[in-house]
Design a protein around this ligand. Structure first.
Ligand SMILES: Nc1ncnc2c1ncn2[C@@H]1O[C@H](COP(=O)(O)OP(=O)(O)OP(=O)(O)O)[C@@H](O)[C@H]1O
Ligand SMILES: [Mg+2]
Length: 284
């Protein structure tokens, strides 16, 4: 359980960009990153680290990142509450001592400190959670695995199906259509104007489902699908087993046309123990 909770925090740190590290001082584990810090005031941060936070996907913008569900910090708050632990979040020059409550909310005690860059999470598990000498193992592995190449582009219009793109537009509220289009891969600058020409002056939420499909089609016509190669890979590495293989492809998802075409890369590392005469085959 400790491994899982610390891994959730490391995943968030890695998604934030910048450098990430995990360490331990006495009973306290700390996860530090040099990303942009966490948005919002003390109450917003308390809400984010609370068990009863609605599980809202923060991933309307589809990107190959670790976070997906918006559940990680609820797990962290639950682990602190159920074990009788301690949680402190320091970001944007404020240290927040957080106390998750039985009713699902979280109390916060903010204090001004000098911490302008990134985020530091300090977490201590209570004695009700079994000790684990390798508690940081999964988090440390995740940081090492993050050393390969990663995708640095924007979300591709090919990664959205008709329904999901409509949802993205609805979430865009009163922003001009062109502004949202410019955030897609291959659709920046003058192209954004051409793609959104038919919806000039309209806000994102004003488009109906058919208009959303037309806009998605126009965006795709101007952009190229993202190749699996552009997604990046971890590759061979001295800290991973020697035998390595990778495969790539793409998968279609969604109900209504156009469907999303999601590229993927699968990598496998393998250690060989035993006799060289053994046959091993892996199929999926
Ligand atoms: N270290 C951090 N720096 C910046 N933002 C963060 C950091 N940690 C969390 N956040 C913000 O809090 C949000 C919620 O985190 P949470 O782990 O609960 O969900 P998630 O990462 O979106 O999805 P998942 O359930 O897969 O972990 C993140 O999407 C991110 O916006
Ligand atoms: Mg997360």
């Amino acid at each position: 359980m400790r491994r899982l909770v610390l891994k959730e925090l490391v995943d968030n740190a890695l998604d934030a960009g910048g450098d990430s590290m995990i360490g331990q001082k006495g009973e306290t584990y700390f996860i530090v990153d040099t990303g942009p810090g966490i948005d919002g005031g003390p109450q917003d941060i308390a809400r984010m680290f609370s068990i009863n936070r609605p599980m809202v996907s923060s991933k309307l913008w589809r990107l190959p990142k670790r976070g997906a569900l918006g559940n990680g910090l609820r797990v962290v708050a639950g682990a602190v509450l159920s074990s009788g632990g301690r949680l402190v979040v320091t970001t944007r020059n404020t240290r927040h001592v957080l106390t998750p409550r039985e009713d699902g909310g979280t109390d916060v005690m903010p204090e001004q400190v000098d911490f302008p860059v990134g985020t530091m999470i300090e977490i201590e598990f209570g004695s009700d959670m079994p000790a684990d000498p390798l508690a940081m193992r999964w988090g440390e592995d995740a940081i090492r695995m993050a050393s390969g190449e990663t995708y640095i582009g924007k979300p591709s219009p090919f990664w959205y199906d008709a329904d999901h793109f409509f949802e993205l537009l609805q979430a865009g509220k009163d922003r001009p259509v062109r502004e949202l289009v410019a955030q897609l891969d291959g659709c920046t600058g003058a192209k954004a104007g051409q793609i959104s020409e038919a919806f000039k002056g309209m806000s994102c939420q004003a488009l109906d489902r058919d208009q959303a499909v037309a806009l998605l089609g126009a965006a795709r016509a101007h952009a190229k699908p993202v190749s699996a190669r552009r997604l990046g890979s971890v590759g061979k590495s001295s800290f991973l087993p020697e035998w390595y293989a990778s495969e790539s492809g793409s998968v279609q998802i969604g109900v209504r046309n156009p469907k999303a075409e999601i590229p993927f890369v699968i990598e496998a590392w393998c250690d060989f123990h035993g006799s060289r005469d053994d046959d091993v085959s892996i199929s999926s």
